[in-house]
Design a protein around this ligand. Structure first.
Ligand code: GLN
Length: 440
């Protein structure tokens, strides 16, 4: 009989779904709002494209980099549960501040959002891990379910907030993103009764076997080292994957034939495709890895992450195919793009939820949230790097960039596979199943 997930999971699922609705909804209209001319109907700020993209790059990096202080606040002072609550309140206030039309509100709104996401995002993820016991085989699945929640928010928000923002008014869009976060806060506060045992502040001296300020043991140090190495995979992966919003987005607009049954699909709609694929393929990909593991085949997190990087790389090979087809001046088939996003998402599902789970298994308890914070900061660097790589395309050409990313990801993945046994040894069996916890 299949075991049940803890009752706290749906609470964290819906809280994070609404938080991501708020985040991705706002993100979808941010650049559009900034670049829209400052006069006329539904005016924006009238900035240039490059200024808008620069602010966007800094914003998407900073929200994740602030996960480090967010993690420290949770580990050292408040515990994850309270820090998530404060983060949610700051996000809601930030979005509502953006709903007010003036420059002071614009900058203060963004600042509140950066602080709020930094407090909420890493800590809610650590709390998911806290719902499961050590060695519980349900943990990875729990993270996949949580990840699907994230993507329900991410898939629906650009459509809804984007529509309201562009047609009714930007500030109504920001307001709607704020309402999303308020709904998330309601779920979170209501669900506290299911979260009693998780995310509470534990002073270091009370953690079993840990003395205050005791140095890390050799095993703990090895585990931190392997986590930090895995964060390099994370940077490479997000630098490739996040081409979606920049280079691949522009490429879709200019060089992909988007006409289906006589109707031209707007390029922005394709921004929801990866999130939609996560919702569809999240469970099958997780089930594939569980089967793989039950057959006794290699399925440690590092292995999945290496394979995920290679699969993502092949997605870029399809984009190279599109560039070859478009080189003759005609537009490339839509299938190239959809196929690329599909491979990217299969890669993502073998990396992103896996990494979240991996961190909660390996991080020493007293640094649990900080390690999660560093992880998100790594994804933030990946995002920024993605922008820099994408910019090169204007000089180097799209074919060269897509092929370059393909070659890099595949070689990097192979390198990881070559060394992966050595890396796995550093985990000291943290991923071994403790089957005595299983009821079935
Ligand atoms: N798309 C995922 C989310 O929004 C992962 C983002 C990340 O790790 N930077 O949660």
């Amino acid at each position: 009989m299949a075991r049940k997930h803890p009752k706290g999971l749906p609470i964290l699922f819906f809280t994070e779904m609404w938080e991501r609705f708020s985040y991705y909804g706002m993100r979808a209209i941010l650049v559009l709002y900034i670049t829209k001319e400052a006069i006329g109907n539904n005016p924006g700020l009238g900035w240039s494209n490059s200024d808008a993209l620069a602010l966007y790059g800094w914003y998407t990096m900073l929200v994740y980099v602030m996960s480090i202080p967010g993690g420290i606040l949770a580990d050292r002072v408040l515990g994850q549960k309270k820090t998530v609550l404060i983060g949610g309140i700051l996000i809601a206030l930030g979005q509502l501040t953006l709903a007010i039309d003036n420059m002071i509100s614009f900058y203060s709104g963004l600042t509140l959002l950066i602080l709020g996401v930094g407090a909420l995002k890493p800590n809610i993820s650590t709390m998911v891990g806290g719902l499961y016991r050590e060695g519980d085989p349900m943990r990875d699945k729990g993270f996949t379910i949580f990840y699907i929640g994230i993507n329900i928010g991410a898939a629906s928000a650009p459509l809804l907030v984007g529509y309201i923002g562009e047609t009714i008014g930007w500030h109504f869009g920001f307001g709607l993103a704020g309402i999303g976060m308020i709904l998330g806060l309601f779920v979170y506060v209501w669900g506290q009764k299911y979260l009693e045992t998780v995310g509470n502040y534990v002073p270091a001296k009370k953690i079993e076997g840990t003395k205050t300020n005791a140095p890390l043991t050799k095993i703990e140090k090895d585990r931190v080292i392997v986590l930090l190495i895995s964060f390099i995979i994370v940077i490479v992966f997000w630098a490739a994957y996040e081409q979606a919003g920049g280079l691949m987005n522009l490429y879709t607009k200019e060089k992909i034939n988007r006409v289906v049954f006589g109707y031209e699909i707007p390029a922005s709609i394709f921004q929801s495709v990866p999130a939609l694929f996560v919702i569809i393929f999240g469970t099958p990909v997780a089930a594939f890895w569980v089967k793989h593991q039950l057959k006794g085949k290699e399925s440690s997190s590092l292995y999945k992450m290496a394979i995920g990087t290679i699969i993502t790389g092949f997605g870029f090979l399809l984009m190279s195919g599109a560039s070859l087809e478009a080189a003759s001046g005609q537009k490339a088939m839509l299938l190239w793009l959809v196929g690329a996003y599909l491979l990217h998402v299969i890669g993502e599902l073998s990396i992103s939820p896996v990494a979240l789970s991996f961190i909660t298994k390996l991080a020493p308890v007293k640094y649990a949230s900080i390690m999660m914070g560093v992880y998100f900061a790594a994804t933030g660097l990946g995002n920024k790097l993605a922008g820099i790589v994408g910019e090169f395309a204007t000089q180097a050409g799209e074919f060269e960039i897509f092929t370059g990313i393909f070659v890099f990801c595949v070689l990097f993945g192979i390198l990881l596979l070559v060394f992966f046994k050595k890396l796995k040894a550093l985990t000291h069996g943290a991923e071994d199943l403790k089957l005595e916890h299983e009821e079935a």
